[in-house]
Design a protein around this ligand. Sequence first.
Ligand code: ADP
Length: 411
Amino acid sequence: MADNLLPLANHKRIDMNAILGTPRSLATGPGRFWRAYIAPQLAAFGGSAQPAIDSVRPDEQFAPSASARQFPSLFALRGVGKTYDGGVRALRDIDLDIREGEIFGIIGRSGAGKSTLLRTLNQLERPSEGSIHFEGRDLLSLDAAELRTVRRRIGMIFQHFNLLSSRTVAGNIALPLELAGTPKVQIETRVAKLLELVGLVEQRDRYPAQISGGQKQRVGIARALATEPRVLLSDEATSALDPETTQSILALLADINRRLGLTIVLITHQMQVIKAVAHRVAVLDDGRLAEQGEVADIFTRPTQEITRTLLREVIGNEMPPGVRERAARLLDGSGRLWRLAFRGQSVDRPVLAEAAERFTLKINLLHGYIDEIQGLPFGSLVVAASGAASALDAAAAFIAAQEISVEELAP
Ligand code: ADP
């Protein structure tokens, strides 16, 4: 237990694994699992600042499908550009690979080109330049009949659901099958299965006006899956929903991805959505691909300012001004203010505790967050460290050697 403890002022000790460790690893070892709302206690530890700390429990239902990363690309876009009549360049030189079995998120501010990009994938929008391959076929070379066949393999769901108000829940789900000329008995069996999949068995005979927004989106999802597509495109599918319903729809999408191995491409302006379900993400900015990669990488090591801006909404990386003022008071001209960014394995060791002990430092926790993406913990802490200058240098090097990035902030 002693190794997990960080000595702070007044001989008070706090288990840093509760702050700088994974809840799961802690739960299996000795010791306590604390949710630390630290404000009053921190004063007792010698600090006067109020940290904003919360630890979000890993949510099993959003774990990625096991083999999502091993599949080859389902969509391959090369040099895709789109200029609308009137001269708006909505997309410029987009290179993207979307792999089979993954949930691929596309994020950007309003007007960034997300919707245009998504619509090029099923050819609702034809690019002005470049090529798009789907299942190895060049989408731009297909004739109208071939395109209709391909589109059955590409389902789509929408922000405003696009349901027919004159049809029941079951009738809406059956529609694509009727259009495809599927025999009636097959339609009935398939609709019954889809109703079960999306949890709407009891609502089957209601009309859209008689169900909630979340239920409408479930109908949209079932309808999109009716023709057994290989990929589902989601156009801001949760933007019109309240946070709780959003979570339940995202959980459903993650579940469908996992159970059916269905590839999902979703566009959103909310990083929360990306964080909850996507395996990989592309960031669009003014029609250009600013960066793309694994969600955990983009969250922990964003390279573009636009990404950092979008991330602020979820991780609240900015120190509140009050915290900064208190930090300045606490350090009183000496000591250092560090922002420590960590991820994955680096959170398994009580690094701060070790640094404080080894270099005889006083370390006060000021601000931070810890979260999880795809089962990997990540986060950032701002701490005030005081001690001898040489010890502070050595401690910063020691912490950085544990794969925790150390950024010195101006107090
Ligand atoms: P987002 O989905 O990220 O909000 P869009 O793809 O809808 O972005 O739009 C990208 C840019 O293209 C915007 O400047 C938008 O005004 C413009 N745009 C979108 N659709 C059309 C259209 N049909 N005709 C002309 N300009 C369009």
